[in-house]
Design a protein around this ligand. Sequence first.
Ligand SMILES: [Zn+2]
Length: 388
Amino acid sequence: MLEHDTIAPHGGTLVDLLATEAEAVSLASEARHYPKVQVGERELSDLEMLTVGALSPLTGFQGEKDYRSILETMHLTSGLPWSIPVTLSIDEQGMKGVGRADAVALVAREDADPLAFLRLHEVFRRDRETEARAVFGTEDLEHPGVKALHDAGDWCLAGEVRALHLPEHDTFQGYRMTPRETRDAFRERGWKRVVGFQTRNPVHRAHEYIQKCALEIVDGLLLHPLVGATKEDDVPAEVRMRCYEILFQNYYPKDRAMMSVFPAAMRYAGPKEAIWHAICRKNYGCTHFIVGRDHAGVGTYYGTYEAQKVFESFEADELGITPLFFEHSFYCLTCEGMASPKTCPHDDQVRVILSGTKVREMLRKGDKPPPEFSRPEVAEILIEAMRA
Ligand SMILES: [Zn+2]
């Protein structure tokens, strides 16, 4: 860790798996002699996260010992906290293609050039039931994370990754910062304490309030929207980005807030994902991380405060990054300001609270929610997106 960095990466060293140009050339020619394995959308996100060090200290897809250790203890075999295994699935058919090879070339599409080279240490069989219960707390196939796990191959390929290049993206150019780049940006701005905010939803007044409450006690805010795969009924990332951009333009201080995208796919693993999200943001250089009610939740699978309570499973210095817990917030007509049940003594009649279902219904009809709930600029973008 450089002494002027905000916080040390998880495990102490920021991993960088991207080959130098010369190395990439020789790896590409070596890769031609090895079987190709096509990587799905979710695992492609993990590959990118591994490559840039967002998953430090991991240097590849995990083997069975770490896999078991994570599911049973929320720690790696090395003793470091880790809450969700990072694995590379392959089905029976794919296994036949790999045969006895000691390395494989990872490709995004059948006909594409290799993205990365994986030196195979191990192939193991996934324990789907144990993994579903440990990560998602359920084996219910209605749960989007359990469903994705169910659809994944029976086997996992484990080993060190060497990336030839980063996956190509035609979206969010200028916002795709690696952990090294966000760390550099924090240093340039002189931020020592930085709070990270994970989101897969449009930012309404409640989220803006929480972010700004947190910003009051630190130097800078990293708005870090997840742009990997989400479930189909979530608002698409490009629509959300337009909402964030207009909010940033109009309501956020340029020298105290920045935005960058988080390439991860959503797991909907609630408490386990809250820990995982916090560890990733620590790698991006955040010293603090906002955890709301039902963080990374879906349906009614997790208790309201489960994603906050899970942080108590770790010793204070084990995670390094400091979680900041927030309640749902709202505009209160009597307080005449944003508040939460922690700060407002009034009852629901004077609190501007709308359910997600109600908000979607209003937007679909072309009605703007009250300005105390959503900034009008944000509502306009969402209404337009619903009409398209
Ligand atoms: Zn009040």
